[in-house]
Structures are given as structure tokens and as C-alpha cells.
Design a protein around this ligand. Structure first.
Ligand code: GDP
Ligand code: IMO
Ligand code: MG
Length: 438
């Protein structure tokens, strides 16, 4: 139910370093919303949704598209590789998901080109040991061009002559840089033709999505904002420079879609029962190899897109407290509780110490974060199977204690608990804010 006079508009954000299970959560919630909208990032994201024994991995297309009849938007804050988008749409079609008339791509979204990918890889190689561990999708270089005001947008791709002029200008500039840096010009043969051909495939999706969403809200049609990446990967608030190049936090939903912040009526944060991170950068609660291996196997912690093994660690309440503040989280979803079903004891980080002193705020410098000693509280495991449980009262006592501990420490409700990757392995406790949004 919407707040009086305001249409339901809820943001779902990752509260950690990405891969929290946002895809599963958005898929669950999407049946109660008219639209699902992506506001940031590109096909660096991999959102897994599993139902009826079918596994879908969505990269750019919002997960809500899997709900028949529901509409989905890719907003101006996202960066779009048209070849990747067309491939994703073909995959969806093969799985019987028709997007025509339901998926809308912003005319203002910026394009990713093959040279963005090349730049991404070259920069990572040049950084050596200090590499970020990007997804090599060209995300950073595409946002660089956008911010430097030389990017090319979707609407320009649809005007062949305008596109040709802009692309030639851009290639000349990039070639000069590439020659100076790598002593060879940019590989751009056939690029114009390739992109004009791709344009034909996406033309029918393109819209002014800010107008579309604001009109939808005016009419009382609800919107679910689908965050990509996670709070600690946010360009401004994350573990910079080991972050992505966009605002993953809930504020990004307003800027990245042109929906005023005053229209957002609630924020759902998603966390795993533990923590993972892919790529480089400090990770205070990272587990020793053997523990990490066990969690990685039980949780199948391998990148949905890149297949990279994810680094695993204990739950970090300092991170989650920070995420609650930055995003304004009203309701927390805890996923992958089942991964701890056989765990004898569970550690939770309740505070940070640096050089012997307690610190209460997230340090800005990664060098400081790398020196953090986490303070842990150890809670007993439950040693019982949780998938299939539908009522929170039927969870083992120690599992409920674990969830209550998180909720008490963060002073936030737990609005949903996930005990398996499938859609129906989900518990929604009654009487929560989240349950009122369904
Ligand atoms: P996202 O990027 O936040 O959407 O998350 P990913 O899809 O990249 O990674 C989450 C992984 O965990 C996927 O493989 C999901 O199928 C899986 N998953 C989600 N929720 C649960 C859960 O409660 N239990 C288990 N075992 N797996 C889950
Ligand atoms: P979802 O939406 C986890 C990480 C990369 C790297 C850093 C920068 O599935 O949660 P980039 O290619 O964006 O320049 O890489 O960010 N990263 C993610 N990690 N989940 C994601 O998305 C990620 N998107 C980017 O691993 O450390
Ligand atoms: Mg993912």
C-alpha cells in the first residue's frame, strides 16, 4: 500500500560489495510493482533469478522483466553496450521472455564502445599489482567520457548522420591518445556500420524514460528501482579507488532516472548473511582461506557474469550501519541464510579498531581500512536445514537469534529472509514495512 497521496516508489540497493542477491529480491518484489527501473552501472552487473528450475542472469535489463506484463526501464544513469544489450535480449527471447512494448531504454543513456573495453583492460594491465579487478566491460572508461562531456548517447545513435560525425570526432581524439600512449591507433574498422546495425535492434525501445516514469507515478503506477553493484562500490562513498564508476546508493536512483528524491517512498537494503567481494581492495572481515573455501562452495560464490571466485568474509555491521545511513534503509533483506545451515559458530563484526583505538565511522582511505582489526562477536550456529521454511517462527532458534542480533544492532527491521536461490525460498515476516509494500 502506498503512503497517502504518494505512489509507491521503492529502491532496492546492495548494502555490501555487490552480489547480495538483489536480482532474487527484485524478482520477488516486482510482481507488486508496475515498473522496475535500473538507474546505474551497465553489464558489469549480474543479477541471478531462479524459478521453475530456470536460471536467468540479467545484466542490464531489470529483473522485473521476468514478471509477465510488467514494464522495465533502463535509465539515463546507466551505460549501455548495445551489442551486450542485444545479446541479452536474444537470450531472453530464447527463454520465452518477450520484451517488446515492456522495456524502455533512455534516450539519454551513454553508449559503451569496444575501445572503452580496450581502455579498461589496458588500464588494469598498467596498474599491475594495484589493479581494481574490474569486470573489463568498459564501464569506467565509458563513464569517464560521459563526465568529460565527450560521450555519445543513445538518441544520437538513432540519427545516422549525427552519429557518424560524433563517432569520427571521438575516434580521432581517442586515436591520438592511443598513439601517444601505446604507439598504435585505435582499432575502429567497421565500428560505424556495426553500431548503426545495432541501432536498428534497439530503436523500438528508446524513450524519454524520465517523462515515462514521472507520468506513471502521476497516474499511481508503482516503481521499483533496481540497484546494481553495492554501497561499498559506490564511486563517492565506497572503498575508492576499488569501486565502480557510478552511484550505486539510493541517491543514484533519483539522479540516474530523473525521478525526484521526494518521490521515493522507501528503501530496501540487501545483505547476505555474510559478506563477499569480487575484485581487489580492502575487506576487513575476509575469512581465512579454508573457511572462505567452505562458504564459497556452499554459497556457490562465483561471479554470475565473469565466473571469478568471490572473496568471502563474515558479516560486517560497520559496513551495514554505514549503508543504512547512506541509503536511508527502511527495511533490510538478509539472503543466503541457508549457507550457514551447517556452520557450528558464526562470527559477526561489531566494530573496528585502528592502531588500538576503536573507530566508529568508516575510514575514507583504503590504507586505513586495510589496517583495521575487526572486533567480533561469536554466535552459535543452528545446524539445521532452513530452505522450505515459510514462517519466521519456524526458523531454528539460533537462526532467529542471529537475525534479531543484526536487527537490534542496526536498529532496522528485517523485512525478508532468503533461504535458497529459488523464488519461493523466501520468508516475509508479517507486520513489517516491506510486507506492506507487497
Ligand atoms: P546480485 O548481483 O545482487 O543480484 O546477486 P548475484 O545474482 O550476482 O549473486 C547472488 C547469488 O546467490 C546468485 O547465484 C543467487 O542465485 C544466489 N542466491 C540468492 N539468494 C540466495 C539464498 O538465499 N541462498 C542461496 N543459497 N543462494 C542464493
Ligand atoms: P552486481 O550488480 C560485484 C566490481 C568489480 C570491481 C569493481 C569495478 O551483480 O552486484 P567495474 O567493471 O564496475 O569497473 O569494476 O566493481 N563490480 C561488482 N562486484 N557485483 C557487481 O554487480 C559488480 N559490478 C562491479 O568486481 O571490483
Ligand atoms: Mg551480481
Amino acid at each position: 500500500m502506498a503512503e497517502k497521496g504518494r505512489t509507491k516508489a521503492i529502491a532496492v540497493v546492495g548494502a555490501q560489495w555487490g552480489d547480495e542477491g538483489k536480482g532474487k529480491v527484485v524478482d520477488y518484489l516486482a510482481s507488486s510493482f508496475e515498473y522496475t527501473a535500473r538507474y546505474a552501472g551497465g553489464h558489469n552487473a549480474g543479477h541471478t533469478v531462479i524459478f521453475n528450475s530456470h536460471r536467468y542472469v540479467l545484466q542490464l535489463v531489470p529483473s522485473g522483466i521476468l514478471r509477465p506484463g510488467k514494464k522495465a526501464v533502463i535509465g539515463p544513469g546507466a551505460v549501455v553496450d548495445p551489442a551486450a544489450l542485444v545479446a541479452e535480449l536474444e537470450n531472453l527471447k530464447r527463454s520465452g521472455v518477450e520484451v517488446r512494448g515492456r522495456l524502455f531504454l533512455s534516450n539519454r543513456a551513454h553508449l559503451i564502445f569496444p575501445y572503452h573495453r580496450e581502455m579498461d583492460k589496458a588500464a588494469e594491465t598498467a596498474r599491475g599489482e594495484a589493479k581494481i579487478g574490474t569486470t573489463s566491460r568498459g564501464i569506467g572508461p565509458a563513464y569517464e567520457d560521459k563526465m568529460a562531456r565527450r560521450g555519445i548517447r543513445v538518441s544520437e545513435l538513432l540519427e545516422p548522420e549525427c552519429f557518424r560525425v560524433k563517432l569520427e570526432r571521438l575516434i580521432a581524439e581517442k586515436s591520438a591518445i592511443s598513439k601517444a600512449a601505446y604507439n598504435h591507433p585505435l582499432e575502429s574498422a567497421g565500428l560505424l556500420e556495426q553500431y548503426l546495425e545495432l541501432a536498428a535492434h534497439i530503436r523500438g525501445l528508446v524513450a524519454d524514460t524520465a517523462v515515462l516514469l514521472n507520468h506513471a507515478l502521476d497516474k499511481g503506477e508503482s516503481v521499483l528501482f533496481e540497484g546494481a553493484q553495492g554501497t561499498m562500490l559506490d564511486i563517492d562513498h565506497g572503498t575508492y579507488p576499488y569501486v565502480t564508476s557510478s552511484n550505486a546508493t539510493s541517491g543514484g536512483a533519483a539522479a540516474g532516472l530523473g525521478v525526484p528524491p521526494t518521490r521515493i517512498t522507501g528503501v530496501v537494503g540487501v545483505t547476505k548473511a555474510y559478506t563477499t567481494r569480487v575484485g581487489s581492495g580492502p575487506f576487513p572481515t575476509e575469512m581465512p582461506d579454508l573457511d572462505a573455501q567452505a562458504v564459497r562452495e556452499r554459497g556457490n560464490e562465483f561471479g554470475a557474469v565473469t565466473g571469478r571466485p568471490r572473496r568471502c568474509g563474515w558479516l560486517d555491521l560497520v559496513v551495514l550501519r554505514y549503508a543504512k545511513m547512506l541509503n536511508g534503509i527502511d527495511s533490510l533483506v538478509v539472503t543466503k541464510l541457508d549457507v550457514f545451515d551447517e556452520q557450528p559458530e558464526i562470527k559477526v563484526c561489531v566494530g573496528y579498531r585502528h592502531k588500538g583505538q576503536s573507530i566508529s565511522e568508516m575510514p575514507a582511505e583504503v590504507e586505513t581500512l586495510a589496517q583495521i582489526e575487526p572486533e567480533y562477536k561469536t554466535l552459535p550456529g543452528w545446524k539445521k536445514s532452513t530452505p522450505g521454511i515459510k514462517d519466521v517462527r519456524d526458523l531454528p532458534t539460533a537462526a532467529r537469534d542471529y537475525l534479531n542480533f543484526i536487527s537490534d544492532q542496526l536498529e532496522v527491521e528485517i523485512g525478508m529472509i532468503s533461504t535458497g536461490p529459488e523464488r519461493d525460498a523466501t520468508i516475509v515476516p508479517r507486520g513489517t514495512k516491506l510486507s506492506a509494500w507487497l
